[in-house]
Design a protein around this ligand. Structure first.
Ligand code: NAD
Ligand code: UDP
Length: 314
């Protein structure tokens, strides 16, 4: 049994990760400032004897004893991370610095939740870990993309200069239950719109692509990376690539609604045109690959939002 810190543990991915770690018998210390986290996400295990919640902003240093640190604290949806770009950068850079300092001090293994956004609007497709990316440093996504790029640089700095045991996961679009209904990300937006009989808002012409990974596969990948001792960076995601228009049509088909139609809105600046992970490295070094097909994952996510919004789809 280990003691494991999960920063950002009251968020979407963090809360599923904690549930999995508790089920394996570990003790979990969840650090979260509740910016995009919710009490409801941690409700299922709030009274678990091995769970402790600490309301804490990672921009401030903290002293704890632990064997492992999963560092997930950072808003992930463009709507939230663009809300205060300076705070997002501080969270990524100073927050990561603080938790790396903690890992060094207590000799814990540290896992950074990085992102496919380090590839920006990629000119290489699918994206391999060796691709250095195409990021606009002064665009609206920069606070997140450059923040995560700097967080990766800090992480390899601690590895090489301080001998800290680190791993970097480059997470691609992940979805599932416990996303916030007002999160602004495409899967939650489309499902909530369709369930409420509203039109589905495609930004641009819908030809841009993403590759969506179901949450249980992602949690499995993150824990395998932690346990492997591999440094990374390693792509974690589902290589099944779809256009945003195909995603909208699939969700409309699964919800079986004729109240909603597709409407088109302006494409935000610097919105990546395509994204698909090359997961050869994760397959080889972690023996990991995603198992949940898109339609199955969407059905589980739709069921969650039906409950959340108090809507039963006929
Ligand atoms: P989320 O917004 O649901 O969760 C982030 C959590 O971090 C929230 O609980 C929030 O309150 C907390 N947080 C934010 N700033 C904080 C701070 N300064 N101090 C303490 N806590 C803070 O997002 P998520 O989808 O669960 O993403 C988790 C991590 O995975 C993030 O680091 C994100 O960048 C990364 N990631 C996610 C995706 C995805 O598709 N979900 C893709 C790539 C990378
Ligand atoms: N998107 C969309 N309608 C929405 C929300 C998002 O068409 O209501 C598009 C968005 O422009 C992007 C894709 O869906 O091309 C994925 O957006 P999301 O914010 O989920 O993730 P990211 O762009 O960070 O991959």
């Amino acid at each position: 049994m280990k003691t494991i810190v999960v920063s950002g543990g009251a968020g979407f991915i963090g809360s599923h990760l904690i549930e999995s770690l508790l089920s394996k018998g570990h003790c979990v210390l969840c650090l979260d400032n509740m910016f995009t986290g919710s009490k409801k996400n941690i409700e299922p295990f709030r009274n678990h004897p091995n769970f402790e919640f600490i309301r804490h902003d990672v921009v401030v240093p903290i002293l704890l004893e632990a064997d492992e640190i999963y560092h997930l604290a950072c808003p992930a949806s463009p709507v939230h991370y663009q809300n205060n770009p300076i705070k997002t950068l501080k969270t990524s850079v100073i927050g990561t610095l603080n938790l790396l300092g903690l890992a060094k001090r207590i000799k814990a293994r540290f896992l950074l939740a990085s992102t496919s956004e380090v590839y920006g609007d990629p000119e290489v497709h699918p994206q391999t870990e060796s691709y250095h990316g195409n990021v606009n440093p002064v665009g609206p996504r920069a606070c997140y993309d450059e923040g995560k790029r700097a967080a990766e640089t800090l992480t390899v700095g601690y590895r090489d200069y301080n001998n800290t045991n680190v791993g970097i996961a480059r997470i691609f679009n992940t979805y599932g239950p416990r996303m916030l209904p007002n999160d602004g990300r495409v899967v939650s937006n489309f499902i909530c719109q369709a369930l409420q009989g509203e039109d589905l808002t495609i930004y641009g012409d819908g030809s841009q692509t993403r590759s969506f990974c179901f949450i249980s596969d992602m949690v499995n990948g993150l824990t395998k990376l932690m346990e492997s001792g591999q440094p990374g960076p390693i792509n974690l995601g589902n290589p099944h690539e779809v256009t945003i228009k195909e995603l909208a049509e699939t969700i409309l088909k699964l919800i079986r609604t004729d109240k909603s139609k597709i409407v088109y809105k302006d494409l935000p600046q610097d919105d990546p045109t395509r994204r698909r992970p090359d997961i050869s490295l994760a397959k080889k070094s972690l023996n990991w690959g995603p198992k949940i097909p898109l339609e199955d994952g969407l059905k589980a996510t739709i069921a969650y939002f039906e409950e959340e919004l108090g809507i039963k789809n006929g």
